[in-house]
Design a protein around this ligand. Structure first.
Ligand code: FAD
Ligand code: NAP
Ligand code: SF4
Length: 677
């Protein structure tokens, strides 16, 4: 059955009065860094046009400030700036006239990257760069005028509407919450006063553009702040926004500074949709929900169950521009699913780098990285079906090359087969499902259970041999490293060797943390259900105390083990983890009483345990298992043996370079290499 039949709710049009959405699938706002990049508007035009061609009903751009104090980055204030935005809107409307594209107006308030930042009160955010200046009456009036002007300019630029962000710790939300609004004038104090600024912003914008222009208000439906907004306050604000003319209410969950993960991969799919569902019953305008909705069946269920009218997916549209079209054509198994890793998107945003996607390196690089059909088809052998070999083979085959992919194991995936066993990383299996299907679609000849030797390939007449044989775990040279209590991370993760009750983890990089997560985890394996997630992170979805979290103690289940993570560096343990997700791993393990020790010098391992010096002082860790997670080295045996081959031999992925390797780099390198062959 084709998509409309299988997903009747997400493929039904939505009447918005003066206009209609062709379906309920929204590409949510995501800052990409292209907003400020040279040639960024041309690149965004292509980036958004691909998603429009891919079938989304509506697109929201990344955040654009209404004035300089609103971000320190891109703004829309002048006719010249509006003309640049036209490059985007004309391109999108030219490829699919009925698609709607709205510009997000983002005033970052105390989170702005400028010294001229403003806020209701001069309070520096925990995650802000500077202390904001308190807005006076004149400054407040200026903000209203700038918001209204930006909305008018957005219409002039050809947008179908704007989304005004009133959440996340940005300017509007700071007026709503006492902790950031300590004013005693008519803009602070009572909730009625605290609501006045955001309501007036929306009222002025509506007044400036009339009724035939979409205004979406992004509300913090659950802000995840201790002492944050109560449910009554959320509902009151939503109703008042409706009164002043918003077309759609979009729920947002969390402020950037809150201590609850809301989009990381361990967050259950659609975990927050029910909150939107409750809000939707209180208002008469359509509601958008979001967060960890990454496959069509999840989106369909959310709308079918009445939780939302529209489903917003931002990262899934980075991962696959054709998400909607594939769904419509019954090709869901070809969707390249967002795995919620944040590694190439949000981690880049917070490092002021251009965004892309771990599973789709073309994202935001549509004008630079293209997989054009080849006019010179070659015979290519790819050895190793880890992420690098999989990406290379499927892209090269898609371009028309004849590719044989050899894999020593009985299944594709390489190290992703270990990653997907880590609690909270179950989504990694989706990437393997995607590549498995693309092998079939692109006609790659897959040879499993085949360990390639140099001799095997030499006389096969290949034009190209691509060595993607990955890595070998590092085995440090330490006395007693062969002791029976020492096991590798591979044995620990696969369960090939038992893990005792008192454990030392030698090495605290990404894999050390994953192993600690696995062996400290209690309860059933598999993705967390929403109730367990809520318990572990102290969220009360049912009673919705202030912020959803006030006064709720996280209840952490932990395995019956004493675990110590060790590293030689003296830097804080876990510092190298992802910017937007590392804190969740560190916090989870601390809550499970996992000890983290830095500045360690390993001496030997024997029946007594692990002997070491800590800060120069000898110590013995009485453990029954030492799990080695001490990094990796390139596995290049095959490459070395192919040096006299007639074929062109290329190294990619971990086999090329193991230091600081991750799947983002492996797939990106493979994609560029396959696009050029
Ligand atoms: P590999 O994945 O190592 O694949 C190499 C393949 O080559 C293997 O399947 C092997 O069997 C095959 N092979 C080797 N020799 C031969 C031969 N002679 N003939 C045939 N086949 C051969 N990265 C991230 O970016 N984010 C994460 O969250 C993340 N989590 C991880 C968690 C764990 C537990 C682990 C172990 C890794 C994790 N990684 C993560 C790292 C990521 O998986 C690697 O960077 C990536 O797999 C490297 O890809 P690759 O294709 O170069 O090598
Ligand atoms: P890693 O991040 O480089 O960490 C290796 C650890 O081993 C470090 O703690 C290092 O710390 C220690 N070490 C290095 N040489 C050692 C030696 N000779 N003896 C003892 N200890 C030694 O590598 P990894 O944990 O193996 O992960 C491999 C790759 O997979 C990483 O590059 C990572 O990006 C990726 N990965 C990513 C994630 C993610 O969530 N993004 C998760 C898992 C894996 P000291 O040198 O200070 O002791
Ligand atoms: Fe999703 Fe990771 Fe890609 Fe970001 S980088 S869009 S989280 S798969």
């Amino acid at each position: 059955m084709m998509g409309e039949g299988r997903y009747p709710h997400i493929f039904s049009p939505l009447d918005l009065g003066h206009t209609t959405l062709k379906n309920r699938i929204l590409m949510g706002s995501m800052h990409t860094g292209l907003e400020e990049a040279p040639g960024g508007f041309e690149r965004m035009a292509e980036y958004f046009s691909e998603r429009a061609r891919g079938g989304v009903g509506m697109i929201i751009t990344g955040g654009i400030a209404p004035n300089p104090e609103g971000s320190g980055g891109a703004k829309l204030q002048t006719a010249e700036e509006a003309a640049q935005h036209r490059i985007i809107t004309e391109a999108v409307h030219a490829v699919v006239p009925e698609v709607k594209i709205c510009m997000q107006i983002l005033h970052t308030g105390p989170l702005a990257w400028t010294e001229n930042l403003v806020a209701p009160s001069p309070i520096r955010s925990r995650i802000g760069f500077f202390t904001p200046k308190e807005l006076d009456e004149e400054g407040i009036e200026k903000q209203f005028a700038d918001f209204a002007n930006s909305t008018v300019r957005a219409r002039e630029a050809g947008y179908d509407g704007v989304e005004i962000i009133g959440s996340a710790g940005y300017l509007l939300s700071c007026f709503l919450v006492e902790k950031t609004n300590q004013r005693t004038d008519r803009w602070g104090g009572s909730y009625e006063n605290r609501m006045r600024f955001p309501i007036e912003v929306v009222r002025r914008c509506r007044e400036a553009v009339g009724l035939d222009f979409l205004i979406i208000f992004r509300i913090a439906a659950m802000d995840m702040l201790q002492g944050g907004m109560s449910w009554e306050e959320v509902v009151t604000l939503a109703k008042r926004m409706e009164e002043v003319g918003v077309s759609i209410i979009s729920s947002h969950f969390t402020w950037h500074e809150s201590a609850v993960p809301t989009i990381a991969t361990m967050v259950p799919r659609a975990a927050f949709a029910s909150v939107t569902g409750r809000l939707r019953k209180e208002v008469n305008v359509p509601c958008i929900t979001s967060n960890r909705i990454n496959m069509p069946d999840v989106a369909e269920k959310v709308v079918a169950e009445g939780h939302a009218d529209i489903v917003s997916m931002a990262r899934p549209m980075l991962a696959d521009a054709e998400f909607v079209q594939k769904t419509l054509e019954g090709r869901e198994d070809e969707i390249n699913t967002c795995i919620g890793c944040n590694q190439a998107c949000l981690d880049h945003t917070f490092a002021a780098q251009e965004v892309s996607c771990l599973v789709n390196p073309r994202a935001c690089h549509e004008t630079e990285l293209n997989y054009e059909p080849t006019d010179n088809p070659k015979r290519i052998a790819v050895v190793g079906a880890g992420p690098a070999g999989l990406a290379y083979s499927t892209i090269a085959a898609e371009r028309g090359h004849k590719v044989t992919l050899y894999e020593a194991a009985e299944e594709i995936g390489g190290q992703f087969n270990l990653a997907k066993r880590i609690p909270g990383k179950e989504e990694f299996a989706e990437t393997l499902r995607y590549f498995g299907r693309m092998i079939e679609v692109t006609g790659v000849d897959l040879q499993l259970n085949t360990r390639v030797t140099g001799e095997m390939l030499k006389n096969e007449g290949y034009d190209e041999i691509v060595v993607a044989t990955g890595i070998t775990p590092r085995r440090p040279v330490i006395e007693g490293i062969d002791h029976p209590k020492v096991i590798s991370y591979v044995d620990a993760i696969t369960g090939a060797k038992p893990v005792g009750k008192k454990v030392a983890i030698m090495g605290a990089g990404g894999i050390g943390f994953d192993v600690a997560e696995l062996i400290s985890h209690a309860g059933p394996s598999g993705a967390l259900d929403i109730d367990t997630f809520a318990r572990e992170w102290g969220i009360d979805f049912k009673n919705h105390p202030r912020g959803g979290v006030t006064g709720v103690q996280p209840q952490v289940a932990k395995a019956d083990r004493e675990i110590t993570m060790l590293q030689r560096k003296t830097t804080p343990v876990g510092r190298g983890l992802g910017r937007t997700t590392g804190w969740t791993h560190r916090l989870t393990l601390r809550r499970r009483d996992v000890k983290m020790v830095n500045g360690v010098e390993y001496r030997k391992i024997d029946d007594q345990g692990l002997h070491m010096n800590i800060g120069g002082w000898p110590d013995i860790l009485d453990v029954d298992t030492v799990i080695v997670c001490a990094g990796q080295e390139p596995f290049r045996d095959l490459y070395d043996k192919l040096q006299d081959s007639d074929a062109n031999v290329t190294l990619i992925g971990g086999a090329y370079e193991a230091s600081e390797l991750d799947a983002k780099r492996a797939i990106n390198q493979a994609a560029h290499s396959a696009a050029a062959v």
